[in-house]
Structures are given as C-alpha cells and as structure tokens.
Design a protein around this ligand. Structure first.
Ligand code: FMN
Length: 434
C-alpha cells in the first residue's frame, strides 16, 4: 500500500484505502458513546475521553510546574475531557528526561497542589465537573537527560537502540534498581499530598520499568524469567501502595504491551516471530497488578517514540518516513488495545494514538467503546493542537477539521530539544517552529 499523506474525506474512505491488509478500525458514525460517564475506583470520569500524558518540557529547574505548564493544563481542563493523565513526573533528579521535566519533591509539593487545585477548579467552573487527574511517575532510565545531554541509565545493552554499546558503568545494578523502586513510595505520598486522584507507575516507551520487561539477556534478579523482568514494576507498586493513606487514591500504569523490536530486544514478541505482537505477557502482568493492587484502569500503548515513532504515534509527515502505512499502525494499536480489554473486561482500558485520524478520530474512539474494545479513548497530539475538541464534539457532534493536529511531529521535536513543547501549527503565536 502506497504511503500517502492524509487525504480521506470520510471514515469510510479511510477503510477503503486499506487495500493490502485487513484493517481493525471499528469506526462508528455516532459519537454519543464518548459522552457516558465511567467509574474509576471511587472517582467518576464525566465522559470517555482521556487526555494522554504529554511532557511539556516547561517545568522550572527545581522541578516545579512553570507558567507554561499551568497554561497548558488550564486549557486542557476547560476543554472538557473527563480524565487528564498528567505528564511524566520524575522520581529522582538524575532520571529526569530533561532539565525542564517536572520533578515532585517535599520542597515543591505545594506548587503541584496549587496546580492540581486550579485544574479541578477550571474544569468545574467551565464545564460543571472536574477531571479525574492521574500523575505519571517515571524513571527515564535510558532516556535520562537531566542536564540537557544524554546520561543514560540502562537495564541492559540493546544493539537495536545503540550504535555503539553504552558503557557498562551505566547498566544499573540490582542494588541500584532497588533504590529506584523505593522512590515510588515517596512519589505516591507526594502525589496524594498534591491532590492527584491516582498515580501511574509508568512502564512504557522504553523508560526504565518498560526496558526491564525485555531484559531477557540480563543476569541476576531482574533479568531472564517473566518474574524477574517484571520485578521492578511490581516492587515499585508495592512501594507506592505502602504509602497510600487516602482510600480514594488508586494506582495504575501506562503500559507498553508491545515494543516493536524482535526478540530478545523487545517486549510483547516471540522468538522466531519477528515483530508480530503477542499480548500474553502484558495480559498476565495486568492480571497480577489487578489482583494485588485493585487497579481500576490501565492505559495501553505500544512502540518507542525515539526509535520507531510510527508504531507509537502514526504520522505522515516529517523527516523519517516509515516503511508501513500509518493506517496499518493505527490498526495494530487498536488490535492490541482490544485484545487487552477483552482479556480483562473487569477493568477499564484506555486506548492510545487516535490523533492520526484527524477529524475521524472521535468516530474511531466511539467505535472502540461501543464494541467494548476499550472503555476510554486517550488523545495526545490532538489536545496540544485543539485543547477544546471535547466540548466542540459534545456541542456539535464533530470536531473542526481546521483545528486538528496534522501529525507534523514538531511537538515531539521540541520535546527532544528540551524546549517547551506545544503545537507549532495551531499556536504559532507561542511556539516557534525549530
Ligand atoms: C510532545 C509529546 C510529549 C509526550 N509526553 C509523554 C509523557 O510524558 N508520557 C507518556 O506516556 N507519553 C507521552 N507522549 C506520548 C503521548 O502520550 C501519546 O501516546 C502519543 O502522542 C500518541 O497519541 P496521539 O496519537 O493521540 O498523539 C508524548 C508525546 C508527545 C508528542
């Protein structure tokens, strides 16, 4: 199938373009399914639309949210989403992904609280409801860049990701991993003090907890078997749970179900089967955290934004043209999400990467929910471009095609550069293109 830029005039047109593969893109004409409430533990999301975590690289050097951070979240809250999955917040200074990544500490918890309170207030004032807010707690591991240049802390050397092997002094020892697991206890305590409703023990996009999922070649307690490869995540959960005092506060994860690299260099694949997704280990892991920690929901994603961004967030512009059609990528993402929701019908699954579908994204989101392939749809880049798309959809039944994200990838370039990220196309007055 020829790689073409987005030119479809209807979602039926999108389906007709999938000529050489069987698409799994369950569109619905009617988007009403997105506007029913959903219980999330002791909380309720007013609708089925979640805003995905997106680092804005606009925090202060001490880790506190800055003015741009505040503006982004107030826009998001006013936009009407039922759930805001707050961006990656570092668990230690040396594992920040940039010098401007947020980092929550005892010293700045009041700053975070002020922000969380104002997000809730803004939603309540504008829409009559406050969004549920989940904080994403992270250890950037391989992608740590606390001083503006790479200072990786890795689980194992991976030739798919390294042109020359990263120095072995940067491979975290079992003892170092234990120290980093415990940091999730502090973050859980602080996230409650800041007023977040829940915390995500992040295990996606090849940051540390996700990298360990594929540590087949690592020796010791954190490599080889499924039990060892998932030990870090489960210990981080135990640490976070040990600090829960607020009975309404819950734990969850944004989880990679599939990395898109062949065995033994990626999670969610099998030996001798290339990069075909296999969901069995993700399903098993979710089963364990569901039983032990009563997670009410899980946010599913795939791929690696640094190495195979087309798997993670399909696009059709930019310097790197992938060797697969973006609709194939969309279809793969939806299949993975659906398989997990079907295996765990008793928790709510949030699907990712709808933005590529532009104006038809809500139709795919609604179809996923109607078909019980997911309980919520998560939107990333679309929210940067068009923060009030939820209210527009609710009021008009469609979103404005002139305001949608065009998947140019500039927001991600800003992030990689360590500069404040946002939409350079729709908010030119603020964000200068690189
Ligand atoms: C600028 C930028 C920052 C991001 N930051 C995060 C993050 O902090 N945590 C995370 O899990 N994903 C992050 N992502 C990935 C998005 O949450 C989302 O998975 C991705 O953009 C695909 O969804 P979309 O097609 O709706 O954009 C980021 C993406 C972009 C473009």
């Amino acid at each position: 199938m020829k790689h073409e830029t987005f030119h479809y005039s209807s979602w039926q047109d999108v389906l007709s373009a999938c000529t050489d593969f069987e698409p799994f893109l369950p569109f619905s004409e009617n988007t009403a399914a997105l506007f029913s409430p959903l219980s999330i533990g002791k909380h309720t999301s007013h609708n089925r639309i979640a805003l995905q975590p997106m680092e804005g690289t606009d925090g202060l050097v001490n880790g506190s949210p800055g003015e741009l951070t505040r503006r982004r979240y107030l826009r998001f809250a006013e936009g009407g989403a039922g759930l805001i999955w707050f961006e990656a917040v570092a668990s230690a200074p040396e594992v920040r992904a940039s010098a401007h990544q947020l980092w929550l500490t005892d010293k700045n918890v009041d700053e975070f609280k002020r922000l969380v309170d104002s997000i809730k207030e803004a939603g309540l004032k504008k829409n009559g409801y406050a969004p549920v807010i989940i904080m994403q707690a992270t250890n950037s591991g391989r992608y740590s860049k606390p001083n503006g240049y790479p200072e990786p802390l890795i689980a194992y050397n991976n030739p798919v990701l390294e042109d020359t092997p990263i120095d072995s002094s940067r491979i975290l020892s079992d003892d170092q991993l234990k120290v980093y697991e415990d940091k999730f206890a502090d973050l859980s305590r602080l996230a409650q003090a800041a007023g977040f409703d829940g915390m995500d023990v992040k295990c996606c996009h090849r940051y540390l907890a996700n990298e360990l999922f594929s540590a087949y070649t690592r020796e010791g307690m954190y490599g080889g078997s499924f039990e060892n490869r998932t030990r870090f995540l489960l210990n981080a959960y135990a640490a976070a749970a040990s600090e829960i005092k607020d009975p309404a506060f819950f734990l969850t994860s944004r989880m990679n179900a599939f990395d898109g690299f062949p065995y033994p260099w990626g999670f969610g694949v099998k030996e001798g089967d290339g990069i075909r997704p296999h969901m069995d280990e993700a399903i098993r892991l979710i089963g364990i955290i569901k039983e032990k920690y009563q997670i009410p929901l899980i946010n599913i994603t795939i791929g690696n934004p640094y190495k195979n961004p087309h798997v993670n967030r399909p696009y059709d512009k930019g310097n790197y043209v992938p060797d697969e059609h973006p609709l194939f990528g969309e279809s793969r993402m939806m299949k993975c999400v659906s398989e997990i929701q079907r295996a765990h019908p008793d928790i709510s699954v949030i699907g990712s990467a709808f933005t590529y579908l532009r104006g038809f994204a809500p139709n795919l989101a609604a179809g996923m929910i109607e078909g019980k392939h997911a309980a919520m749809a998560g939107f990333g880049r679309l929210a940067f471009a068009y923060p009030d798309f939820v209210n527009d959809l609710k009021n008009n039944g469609f979103i404005n095609p002139k305001k949608v994200c065009i998947t140019c990838g500039q927001c991600a370039s800003l992030l990689r550069n360590g500069t404040p990220a946002g939409c350079v196309v729709r908010h030119r007055e603020i964000y200068k293109p690189l």
